[in-house]
Design a protein around this ligand. Structure first.
Ligand code: F6P
Length: 513
C-alpha cells in the first residue's frame, strides 16, 4: 500500500535504503519476475486488428520493494494531480504561463482544445488532399525546412514510414550549413517542388535563412510564382503572412504546443503529405491509445511511469549519467536523435518548477544508435567499460524488409543476445576477457512498425519524459537554456561587444573580424 503522508524527501530516503541485488539474484528470488515486469500496450491497426508492443523491464533492477517505494515517490510528487493538470489544459508550463496541449492535437484533452485541434487537422487534411489531387500543379518533392522540434519529428516519421514509395518525396533540411540545403536542391526538380517552412515562432535564424535561400532557388530556376509554392507551419501565422506566405497555405497550431511536442500538429504536414491523411490519422490514433493508458492507469501498471521509475532508479540511486537507446530497425535510425531533444531539452534543468535549485541529477544524457551496427562500434563500453549504462532495445517482431527472412531473424536474435549478454556477463581467468554482467536493459518488442505503432512509441516517450519531470519536480516544458548562445551569436554577428580572449582570437582566425 502506498503511504500518502510521505513527503518527497521521505520517499527518497525510503528509496535510498533499498537493498541492491544483482539481476541474477532478482531472477532467482522471483520465479514470476518476467510476468510481473512485462507489460503489453495495444491499439487498433489500420486493418481494424489489435496490435501493440511488449515492454519487458525484468532485466532492470526494479523489484517489488523498489516499485512500492517509487509508487510512494509518485504519490508524494503529486503525480496523479499533475497528470490530470496536463490533460485538462491547466498551466503546467509555469515559467511561460501556458498549458501543454500536445495531447489535444491527437484527441486527448479538454473538449475545447480537442475541437480546435480537429478543426486544424481538417484544414491540414484539405491542403494535403488538394496537393495529392494536383490542385497546386504537379508536386513530386517537398523541401521541409525547420529545426529542432520542427524537424526531428518529421524526419523520424518520414524515415520510419515511407520505405515503400512515399506519395511525395520529402527532404527535411534543418542545418544553417548551406550544404544541407544544397543536397536537397540536388535531389529535387524545382518545377515540381513545394517548400514548407516549419517554425513555431517563425523567427528561428536557421529556418528563416534556409527559407529565403529556398525561395531564391525557385526564383533562380525560373519557377512561376515561387511564393505560391510555399506552405507555412507555425504558431505565429501573422509573421508568416509578413514573410509573404499566402494565408490559404498557412497551417497554424496553438502556442501551447511545445516545439519538441509538435509533430502531432501541422508540423506533421510533411508526414501526412508523404504517407497520406488516413495513415496520419492512424499515427495520431496510436498516440491517443497511449494517452488513454497513461491517463487512466495508476502505479506500476502505468507503463510510461514504470519506465520513469527505472530511469530515476539508475540516475539517482545508481549514479548513471547516461541512458542508451538502440533501435534494431533501420526505420528507427533517427529515433535516438529524436529522443535526445525530447528528453534532454525537456528535463535538462537545474531548478525545480518552483525555481529552487535542484541538487540531484536531472535528465540523463540520452544517446544511442542502430543495431546491429552499434554492436560493432560502441557495445564494447557497454559490456566491459566502467560506466553502468541502462539500455533500451527497440525491435519489431515483423520485418520491414522483403528479403530472405535470415536478415530479420538475425537482427532480432542479435538484439535479444545483447540483452542476455549484458545481464549474464562471463567470468574468465583472463581479466581482459571477463564480462562483469549485471548490466540492465529494457526491451520494447513491437508487433510491427506501422503509423499507429510509431505514434504510440513516440507518445510513450513523451509521457515517460513527463513522468520523469514530475518525479524530479521540474518543469519539462520550457527551454531557456538554448537562449544565451543565440543571443551571443547575434552580438558577434552585429560586431558588438568584448568577448573572452579565446573567442576573440577564434573570431579573428575564422575571419569573422
Ligand atoms: O532553440 C530551441 C528551439 O526553440 C526548440 O525548442 C525548437 O524546437 C526549435 O528551437 C525550433 O524552434 P521554431 O519551431 O520556433 O523554429
Amino acid at each position: 500500500m502506498v503511504d500518502p503522508v510521505k513527503t518527497v524527501e521521505e520517499a527518497w530516503q525510503g528509496l535510498k535504503t533499498l537493498e541492491t541485488r544483482t539481476l541474477g539474484a532478482l531472477f532467482e528470488a522471483d520465479g514470476k519476475r518476467v510476468e510481473k515486469l512485462t507489460r503489453r500496450l495495444e491499439w487498433p491497426s489500420a486493418e481494424g486488428e489489435t496490435v501493440g508492443m511488449r515492454v519487458d523491464f525484468s532485466k532492470t533492477h526494479l523489484d517489488d520493494a523498489a516499485l512500492e517505494a517509487f509508487e510512494t515517490l509518485a504519490e508524494a510528487s503529486g503525480f496523479s494531480y499533475k497528470r490530470e493538470a496536463l490533460f485538462s489544459g491547466a498551466i503546467v508550463n509555469s515559467t511561460e504561463g501556458r498549458p501543454a496541449s500536445h495531447g489535444a492535437m491527437r484527441g486527448s484533452g479538454t473538449e475545447a482544445d480537442t475541437e480546435e485541434a480537429a478543426a486544424l487537422l481538417a484544414r491540414m487534411g484539405m491542403l494535403v488532399e488538394a496537393i495529392h489531387e494536383g490542385v497546386l500543379g504537379e508536386v513530386k518533392h517537398l523541401i521541409h525546412i525547420g529545426i529542432g522540434g520542427s524537424a526531428l519529428g518529421p524526419a523520424l516519421a518520414i524515415d520510419a514510414l515511407t520505405r515503400d514509395l512515399a506519395k511525395v518525396d520529402v527532404h527535411v533540411v534543418s542545418n544553417i550549413d548551406g550544404l544541407a540545403l544544397e543536397r536537397a536542391f540536388a535531389a529535387c526538380d524545382p518545377a515540381t517542388t513545394l517548400i514548407a517552412i516549419a517554425s513555431k515562432t517563425f523567427t528561428t535564424i536557421e529556418t528563416m535563412t534556409n527559407a529565403a535561400s529556398a525561395l531564391a532557388w525557385l526564383e533562380k530556376e525560373g519557377v512561376a510564382d515561387p511564393s505560391g509554392r510555399v506552405v507555412a507551419l507555425t504558431a505565429s501565422p501573422e509573421r508568416a503572412v509578413e514573410w509573404g506566405v499566402d494565408e490559404t497555405r498557412i497551417l497554424p497550431f496553438p502556442e501551447s504546443v511545445g516545439g519538441r511536442y509538435s509533430l502531432w500538429s501541422s508540423i506533421g504536414f510533411p508526414v501526412a503529405l508523404a504517407i497520406g491523411m488516413e495513415e496520419f490519422r492512424e499515427f495520431l490514433g496510436g498516440a491517443r491509445a497511449i494517452d488513454t493508458h497513461f491517463r487512466e492507469t495508476d502505479g506500476r501498471a502505468n507503463v510510461p511511469l514504470l519506465a520513469a521509475f527505472a530511469d530515476q532508479y539508475y540516475a539517482r540511486l545508481r549514479g548513471c549519467q547516461t541512458r542508451a537507446v538502440f533501435a534494431y530497425d533501420e526505420r528507427l535510425a533517427l529515433f535516438p536523435a529524436y529522443l535526445q531533444q525530447l528528453e534532454m531539452e525537456s528535463n535538462g534543468k537545474a531548478v525545480s518548477a518552483e525555481g529552487e535549485p535542484v541538487d540531484d541529477p536531472t535528465a540523463v544524457i540520452t544517446w544511442g544508435g542502430v543495431g546491429t551496427d552499434a554492436q560493432h562500434a560502441v557495445f564494447q563500453l557497454l559490456h566491459q567499460g566502467t560506466h553502468l549504462v541502462p539500455v533500451d532495445f527497440v525491435v519489431s517482431a515483423a520485418p520491414g524488409d522483403a528479403l530472405d527472412p535470415v536478415h530479420h531473424r538475425t537482427l532480432v536474435l542479435n538484439c535479444l543476445a545483447q540483452g542476455a549478454a549484458l545481464m549474464a556477463g562471463k567470468a574468465s581467468e583472463d581479466a581482459a576477457r571477463a564480462y562483469p554482467g549485471d548490466r540492465p536493459s529494457t526491451l520494447f518488442l513491437l508487433d510491427d512498425l506501422d503509423p499507429a505503432t510509431l505514434g504510440a512509441l513516440i507518445a510513450f516517450h513523451e509521457h515517460r519524459t513527463f513522468a520523469n519531470a514530475v518525479l524530479l519536480g521540474i518543469n519539462p516544458f520550457d527551454q531557456f537554456g538554448v537562449e544565451l548562445g543565440k543571443a551571443i551569436a547575434k552580438r558577434i554577428d552585429a560586431g558588438e561587444g568584448d568577448f573572452d580572449p579565446s573567442t576573440e582570437a577564434a573570431m579573428e582566425a575564422a575571419g569573422l573580424r
